[in-house]
Design a protein around this ligand. Sequence first.
Ligand SMILES: Nc1ncnc2c1ncn2[C@@H]1O[C@H](COP(=O)(O)OP(=O)(O)OP(=O)(O)O)[C@@H](O)[C@H]1O
Ligand SMILES: [Mg+2]
Length: 276
Amino acid sequence: MAQLIGRSRRHEGTLNKAITIHSFKGGTGKSNLSANTALNLAKRGWNVALLDFDFRAPSLNALFQLNGVEYYINDWLAQRCELPEVLIDFSDQFKTKGRFYIGFTNPTAAAINEMTMYSLNEEWQARVLQLVLDGRDLLFERYGVNFEIFDTSPGFALSSINAILAADELMIVIKMDQLDIVGTKHLIKGVYNQTLGKRPKLIVNKVPCSMLESTEDYHRLKEKLSQHLGIEVISIIPCFCEVMENMSQSLFIEKAPEHQFSQSIDQLASHFEMAN
Ligand SMILES: Nc1ncnc2c1ncn2[C@@H]1O[C@H](COP(=O)(O)OP(=O)(O)OP(=O)(O)O)[C@@H](O)[C@H]1O
Ligand SMILES: [Mg+2]
């Protein structure tokens, strides 16, 4: 592992995209989907920065089995360091063609408390938004990053709102659960569209296999949810016992590259490349 400063691999294209993965309910699969898709994009040759913006329940440290770093995203936002000092280069570990950088969030109780206290302060949030926007430009312009991917807290956390405001593409992940579908509808209309002026796209994850027995089932479900929520459905991903059994102990696409879940991740990465 090495720090980002002074290192970059330029991809031939000039693609620069900030993508935020959010949800109404917790546990929809945001962290697993963002981490696996980020890795897939880096393997394709893009330079990717994956940032953990879940300050209430940081996850990427566990997914990447990391035991402490010098600087966390918390330190960058509290202006104790610069963004490049937070990023750790995993390109060699995962043998990616592009650079694969990750910014971790401090999972200790003290750090979570500190972020909770700060987050109530409007001035702090405004300053954080500016830092996030400047950080995005810095990564794109000085470090050749093609994709900046934010994994966020579910619901109305202000830190998630900042990541949503900085996004070129906003992805919302839902489970097939009425509580999630109803809440997501309110989130889309009342927050994303009206307050933030964003049009999210939908990823439906952990769909019971009994609901997806034929190709027609896929199309029907896609159409139904798209109509009901008024947004484009870009992916429908079944619920796989193998993914659950992996217990987020590693990146699933590394472990089982041929599995149908890994194919869904590949399609998601293609969508991120194409979408504008
Ligand atoms: N398609 C899938 N099939 C089966 N299990 C899945 C699938 N996608 C994710 N999971 C599992 O769901 C659980 C929650 O995933 P994850 O932590 O990525 O969700 P999250 O949205 O980031 O949660 P939180 O809102 O708490 O941050 C994990 O155990 C993960 O392995
Ligand atoms: Mg998560």
